[in-house]
Structure formats: structure tokens, C-alpha cells
Write a protein that binds this ligand. Structure first.
Ligand SMILES: Cc1cc2nc3c(=O)[nH]c(=O)nc-3n(C[C@H](O)[C@H](O)[C@H](O)COP(=O)(O)O)c2cc1C
Length: 369
């Protein structure tokens, strides 16, 4: 048997993917009224879908208090489910698969997004320093000190993820990915820097990992373990998080997730230049011994480094972020060794069709030459 490559097929949980180029979850801040995916979203995701490929849709709040940025989509209202249905239909029409990334921003929010203008919630009342919040009017303001969640509120929080998972199924997704990365609520609980609780959700590694694991179990109850993935950024410090002993923490987390038998773990590594700098590039390799199922890696990959990662067994699949924004037909281009469109950072967030659905596919680009 030959070694797997970026373009060999792979079984991920319930699904067989035709290749290993995954579209990373990408917040685009273009949702419409009621945080419903806008009318261009089906075209955007449809352009990026191809037979047998996997897309992970952008981070999507499971409950209104989970929103931390303007115009990010939700999955807690009937209108949002309807909006997402158009997206999943467009992806399925191209033979693609699409998971939804379930999100709660925790303290990376602002009272202007919160129901009744309340303070954002978090594991502990510790403010984010060194970053600023963006209000619904796109104004940069300092983060506020969040309110620590009461122990009695945690079951309801888990329930909101379960509801989000149920709604994702109603919207026609193929699975869900828990957003446990980049300094948002789940990671705020995981990391010692942002979690100073003294109850069963703080202190020991077991306690700090409890919310992540309980939410994962709730998602499995809706979807089955073979259609649930979890995204983690073990060495990330984005949003002012960090852990004293990431290897101990994440070896425990991965071992527990392995026992839950989820479809994949998705780890972010290396510098990605998107403000999500990570202290120790390639340190994720130190966690590989603790994960025996499908591993998706993300963060600054090229066709060559992705293929190397797969051939060497560092990863089973590779997620691409910024290159997928600029190249709707990225798997095709990587396979053909074709040149890539450059991405335009100024249109990553907000706006309309420009920088969203107008990047040309290879044939279109060549025809225009
Ligand atoms: C515009 C933009 C939006 C992003 N949104 C998300 C998101 O919603 N959820 C998430 O887990 N990561 C998000 N990320 C991180 C990407 O998924 C990815 O890990 C990162 O861009 C590194 O991969 P790349 O070097 O291939 O771009 C975002 C990154 C960018 C540039």
C-alpha cells in the first residue's frame, strides 16, 4: 500500500472524504438581520464545495449571549436554521460535506451584544487585556470584566450547545465541530490563566476540562460520536488565554476525547499571521502520542507542507483558512500545482460580495488572461 498523500481518500468518522484538503472555519461577519446567513452565503460555500471534500462552516453562536462580534451567524432561531439550510443545500448539490462550528465567545464579547446589555459571561471575572472588543458599530473599545458563571447556570449553558447541535441537524449539516480554540468560552475554562474557579469546573485539569467534555457528550447525544469533531489550540494565547502546563492539560483532554471516540480532533499550530500567534510552532507534535484517531492540523500550511505533514504522519488531513478565502477551488489548484489568488485582508470581515464570492476559479482566471 502506498503512503497517504493530500489527495488520497480518508475515512473521517462516518464519512469517506475524497481528499484531505479541509476548509477551515472562517468568520466573515456578513450575516444579515437576526444574524441569519446572508443571501450570498450559499454561493460562497457552494463555490468552495467539491465532491467528497469537507467544509467546516464559520463559528456560529449557539445562544444570543454567545455572540461576541457583529454580524456573526447564529443557530438558535428558526430563521437562522432556514438560512443555513440554503447553505447546506448548496454544498450538497456539489457533493460536498459541511460541518457547523458551534461557538460561545464567553468573555470575548461586549455588553452591547448581550441580551439586556448585561456583562458577558466567563469562567471567572477576569478581563481580557491586550486586545479590544469590537462593538456592533465596529468601534474598538476595551473589554469589560465579565461576570463569572454561577455553578447552577452551567447545565443551561450545556443545553444551549445541545440545542445548537439539534438545530444544525435541522439545517441539514453533516456534523458539528465544537469550537474549543482561540480563547473563546471553552478554552477560557480549559486554561489556568482565565479560569480561577474553585468549584468542580476550576482548579485541577480534570475540572477545567469538564465543560469541554460535558458539551462534547451533549453533541454526541444528538449526532453520534462519528459526526462530532473538536477544535483546540493547545499553545494559543489569542484573547489573553494561556495554560501553565499545556502538555499535561491537552494530553488529558485528547485522551478523554479519544475515549468518547469522536470523529476527529482539529488542532491549530504555528503562526498564522491572523493575530492568533502561537508560542511554540509544531509543539502539537508532542501531543500526537495522545491521539489515535483522525487528526486535522491547521495553521499556515502550503500544498507542500500539508503533503509532508500527511506523508510523515503528523496529520491525517489539513485545514486551510486564508487560502480558501481567496481560492474557491483550492483543492483543485493544489492538486494541479496551479498558482493561487492572493487574499485581501481588508475584505476578510464585513462587507458584501467583494472578497467573498468574487475570487475567480482557475478556469475563469485563465480565460481572463
Ligand atoms: C478571517 C478569519 C476568520 C477566522 N475565523 C475562525 C473561526 O470562525 N473559527 C475558528 O476556529 N478559527 C477561525 N480562524 C482561524 C482559521 O480557521 C485558521 O486556523 C487560521 O486562519 C490558520 O490557517 P491558515 O494559515 O490556513 O489561514 C479564522 C481566521 C481568519 C483569517
Amino acid at each position: 500500500m502506498s503512503l497517504p498523500s493530500l489527495f488520497s481518500s480518508i475515512q473521517v468518522g462516518r464519512y469517506e472524504l475524497a481528499h484531505r484538503v479541509v476548509m477551515a472555519p472562517l468568520t466573515r461577519m456578513r450575516a444579515g438581520q437576526g444574524n441569519v446567513p446572508n443571501d450570498l452565503a450559499p454561493a460562497y460555500y457552494g463555490q468552495r464545495a467539491a465532491g467528497g471534500g469537507l467544509i467546516i462552516a464559520e463559528a456560529t453562536q449557539v445562544t444570543p449571549s454567545g455572540q461576541g462580534y457583529t454580524a456573526t451567524p447564529g443557530i438558535h432561531s428558526a430563521a437562522q436554521v432556514e438560512g443555513w439550510k440554503k447553505v447546506t443545500d448548496a454544498v450538497h448539490a456539489k457533493g460536498g460535506l459541511i460541518f457547523l462550528q458551534l461557538w460561545h465567545t464567553g468573555r470575548s464579547s461586549h455588553s452591547s451584544f448581550q441580551p439586556n446589555g448585561e456583562l458577558p459571561v466567563a469562567p471567572s471575572a477576569i478581563v481580557i487585556e491586550g486586545h479590544s472588543a469590537l462593538t456592533p458599530e465596529w468601534k474598538r473599545v476595551p473589554y469589560e470584566t465579565p461576570r463569572a458563571l454561577e455553578l447552577a447556570e452551567i447545565p443551561k449553558l450545556i443545553e444551549s450547545y445541545r440545542e445548537g447541535a439539534r438545530n444544525a441537524m435541522a439545517a441539514g449539516f453533516d456534523g458539528v465541530e465544537l469550537h474549543g480554540a482561540n480563547g473563546y468560552l471553552i478554552e477560557q475554562f480549559l486554561h489556568s490563566r482565565s479560569n480561577r474557579r474553585t468549584d468542580s469546573y476550576g482548579g485541577s485539569i480534570e475540572n477545567r476540562a469538564r465543560l469541554l467534555l460535558e458539551v462534547t457528550v451533549a453533541l454526541i447525544e444528538i449526532w453520534g460520536a462519528d459526526r462530532v469533531g473538536v477544535r483546540l489550540s493547545p499553545f494559543g494565547t489569542y484573547n489573553d488565554v494561556g495554560d501553565d502546563d499545556p502538555i499535561a492539560l491537552y494530553s488529558y483532554v485528547l485522551t478523554q476525547l479519544g475515549e468518547l471516540d469522536i470523529a476527529y480532533a482539529h488542532l491549530i499550530e504555528a503562526r498564522d499571521g491572523a493575530g492568533m500567534e502561537i508560542d511554540a510552532p509544531q509543539a502539537v507534535d508532542r501531543l500526537r502520542p495522545f491521539w489515535h484517531k483522525t487528526l486535522i492540523l491547521a495553521g499556515g500550511f502550503t500544498a507542500e507542507s500539508a503533503d509532508d505533514a500527511i506523508r510523515s504522519g503528523r496529520a491525517d488531513a489539513v485545514a486551510f483558512g486564508r487560502q480558501f478565502i481567496a481560492n474557491p477551488d483550492l483543492p483543485h489548484r493544489l492538486k494541479a500545482g496551479a498558482s493561487l489568488n492572493a487574499y485581501d485582508r481588508s475584505t476578510f470581515y464585513g462587507g458584501g460580495a467583494a472578497g467573498y464570492i468574487d475570487y475567480p476559479a482557475l478556469e475563469t482566471a485563465r480565460a481572463a488572461e
